[in-house]
Design a binder for this molecule. Sequence first.
Ligand code: SMG
Ligand code: MG
Length: 384
Amino acid sequence: MPLANRTHHLRPLHLRSIELRRIALPLVSPFRTSFGTETARDILLIRVRADGPNGLVEGWGECTAGNDPLYSSEYVAGCQHVIEHHLAPRLLGAGAIGGGDVSTILEPVKDHRMSKGALEAAILNAQLSANDVALADFFGSTRGRVPSGVSVGIMDSVDQLVRTVGGYLDDGYVRIKLKIEPGWDLEPVGTIRRTFGDHVPLQVDANTAYTRDDGPHLARFDQFGLLLIEQPLPEDDVTGHAIIASQVETPICLDESIVSAKAAVDAIERGACSIVNIKAGRVGGYLEALDVHDVCAARGVPVWCGGMLETGIGRAMNVALASLPNFILTGDVSASERFWARDVVTDPIRIVDGHVTVPADGGFEIDHEFLNSVTTSTVVLSDS
Ligand code: SMG
Ligand code: MG
């Protein structure tokens, strides 16, 4: 379905204000990937206030950009700037709009997908609440709960990795993803496989750390019976991924390379991947994410829901997305406590029997007292 049509049956809103709220949250333990180590997150949240059919409504969205431009070119301070100066003014001047109008209104601004996605999420959240529609129902959810996987960072030692993975398996996680990089790959992955057995669903994520010449090396992962190898090469090397895919039996999954439904079609048709990781922020919002889901489904390519160390706001939306039918593989939809000592929502994401419940409403309630206590700055932009 074309993007703009997804919300045409919902009554639109007149935006009154867009608030940019920065919060600082320490991680419960450092998270190391091939591009760096994070110990705390600087997170940008968006709150919109709007006139709906029955009065003033509010909506929240979470920007998935990291502290630094290392996962992608976007980073939180840059997102704040582009939203304040280029994106929010276009939306505040747009009259009555819905979530489905956001990408069209913002199209003249190139890229900045995580920034656009955060704004779209907040407007969609407000519009759905004004129209009394649950996010999961709007998405077309087919399940009441989704299986929960956990992403495990690079550690100082293989012993530490074994203890950490053992703890997550005890927590009930039904799938383990190990971060890898050259020098931290075959040995830790092999040890986890041997220690916990062949029955544990296991996959790896390289976050672009290898090169086109690494096909024969990556083929050595085939012995471990992995679900997939995620993003071995840089994001712009689609042809390189097709070369690797022809040399390796383990399915290749793309994350960073898939910035739109169009990019997903290109990568699939060029043989660069047989599985797709969907992150709403990376593709410009949940509505484009639905399109990615659909183009993959139409081509028989299974998808799964990625994570960006979100709070309970972004995570609840991810869980609703992950309940669509072509989310065949287990996603990075771990519990709030995997990253946060305390979440900014009143009902943190919890794992029960290895699963997370799909929210029956908007998905989350803000814990305002805690949110205020971790707020580092607030900017409110109003319609004039
Ligand atoms: O949110 O559970 C999570 C983290 C999942 O590993 C995860 N995300 O490339 O897929 C990925 C990474 C990006 C994290 S940015 C530091
Ligand atoms: Mg990834």
